[in-house]
Design a binder for this molecule. Structure first.
Ligand SMILES: [Zn+2]
Ligand SMILES: [Zn+2]
Ligand SMILES: [Zn+2]
Ligand SMILES: [Zn+2]
Length: 301
C-alpha cells in the first residue's frame, strides 16, 4: 500500500492538502492563516491580509497588527508572487510531472481526479494492492497471471482491438480466472499529448468447470470515453465446424468510479455468458472446452 492519504479539505476547497500546505508555509494570510489569493491588501505599514479578512467585523477595516486602515490598497508584490507560483500535482511522487499556476488551482482538482498517476485499488477480490493506474497492467501480469495484449488502438480511431483466447492453451487449464489487458495508445487529441501514457481495457474471462460456463466482462479505468465508445464482442468458434459461429455482445463498464465494479460484475453475473457447451447453438452434446476458441473484440460504437 502506498503512503497516500486523501486530502482532508480537498472537497471543501478544491485545493489539495499537499499544495495548500506548501502555500500556507510560504504565504498565509496573517489573520485567518489560509493561503493568500488575489486580491491581497496591505496597510500603510506593509501588513497583508486576504480580501475576506479585510471585510470582517473583527478587523473593522483596520490592520490587526498596527491599527492602520486596511482594505484600500492592493499589494501587487505579493499578488505577483502568488500569480507566478506553480503547484505540482499531488501525485508527483508517483511520477506526474504536471504543474499548474496557483491562481488556476480550482480547475486543478479536475486534473487530480483523473490524473494518470493517481493510485487505484486492484479490483481483484481479496487483493488489497494499490498502485498508480499505469502500473496495474504489470500488477495483473505479475500477480494475477494476466496476459498483456498490445494494441495500436487509440480512443479516437476507427480500428478495433481483437485477439483470440484459445481454450486449449496449457495456461488456460490451470487458470480459471483469466485477465487480459488490452493496452491502448495515448490519444493524441487529449491533453496528454506527448506523453506515452496509455489507457487499457481489462477483460476478465472466467470458467466455471462444474457448470461448463464461460463468462466475459470488460472494464476500463478511464478516461470515460473508453467505456462509452466501445462494446465487447465475443465470437465463439469451433475450428473445423463452420456451423458453429455464435456471437455474444455487451457493454464496456467504467471501473473508474466504482472500485468494486469488477467483483460485482463477476459476483452478480453481470457479464457476458457463453451458452453451455452442449447447447445446440454450439454444435451439440459431446463438446469439451478444448474444442472452442473465443475471438474477443472491442468494437467502436
Ligand atoms: Zn485572511
Ligand atoms: Zn498594519
Ligand atoms: Zn497528475
Ligand atoms: Zn491485485
Amino acid at each position: 500500500m502506498l503512503p497516500i492519504k486523501p486530502a482532508v479539505n480537498e472537497k471543501e476547497t478544491g485545493i489539495s492538502t499537499r499544495s495548500t500546505n506548501k502555500l500556507m508555509d510560504a504565504l498565509p494570510c496573517p489573520i485567518c492563516l489560509k493561503p493568500l489569493f488575489p486580491p491581497v491588501y496591505q496597510c500603510q505599514n506593509g501588513h497583508t491580509a486576504c480580501a475576506s479578512c479585510c471585510k470582517l467585523q473583527l478587523t473593522k477595516g483596520t490592520c490587526p497588527s498596527c491599527s492602520a486602515p486596511l482594505g484600500g490598497n492592493r499589494c501587487s508584490v505579493v499578488e505577483n508572487i502568488i500569480e507566478s507560483l506553480e503547484i505540482n500535482c499531488k501525485y508527483d511522487i508517483l511520477g506526474c510531472l504536471k504543474t499548474v499556476q496557483y491562481t488556476k488551482l480550482s480547475k486543478w482538482a479536475e486534473h487530480e481526479d483523473v490524473c494518470e498517476f493517481r493510485p487505484f485499488h486492484c479490483p481483484v477480490v481479496g487483493c488489497n494492492y494499490e498502485v498508480p493506474k499505469l502500473i496495474l497492467p504489470l500488477h495483473f501480469q505479475d500477480s494475477h497471471n494476466g496476459r498483456l495484449v498490445l494494441s495500436e488502438l487509440q480512443p479516437d480511431d476507427q480500428r478495433k482491438a481483437s485477439f483470440t483466447i484459445e481454450t486449449g492453451d496449457s495456461d488456460y487449464d490451470v487458470c480459471h480466472s483469466q485477465y487480459v489487458i488490452v493496452l491502448v495508445s495515448s490519444d493524441e487529441n487529449t491533453e496528454d499529448q506527448g506523453s506515452d501514457v496509455k489507457s487499457f481495457f481489462l477483460i476478465h474471462h472466467q470458467v466455471d468447470d462444474e457448470f461448463c460456463r464461460y463468462s466475459f466482462s470488460c472494464t476500463t479505468f478511464g478516461p470515460s470515453i473508453m467505456s462509452t465508445r466501445y462494446r465487447l464482442l465475443v465470437e465463439i468458434e469451433k475450428p473445423g465446424n463452420l456451423k458453429v459461429n455464435h456471437t455474444i455482445e455487451g457493454p464496456v463498464l467504467d471501473n473508474q468510479e466504482d472500485k468494486t465494479l469488477l467483483s460485482k460484475v463477476v459476483r452478480h453475473g453481470d457479464c457476458l455468458l457463453v451458452p453451455k457447451l452442449n447447447d445446440s447453438r454450439l454444435g451439440g452434446s459431446s463438446a469439451t472446452r478444448k474444442d472452442f476458441s473465443f475471438r474477443v473484440q472491442l468494437l467502436l460504437l
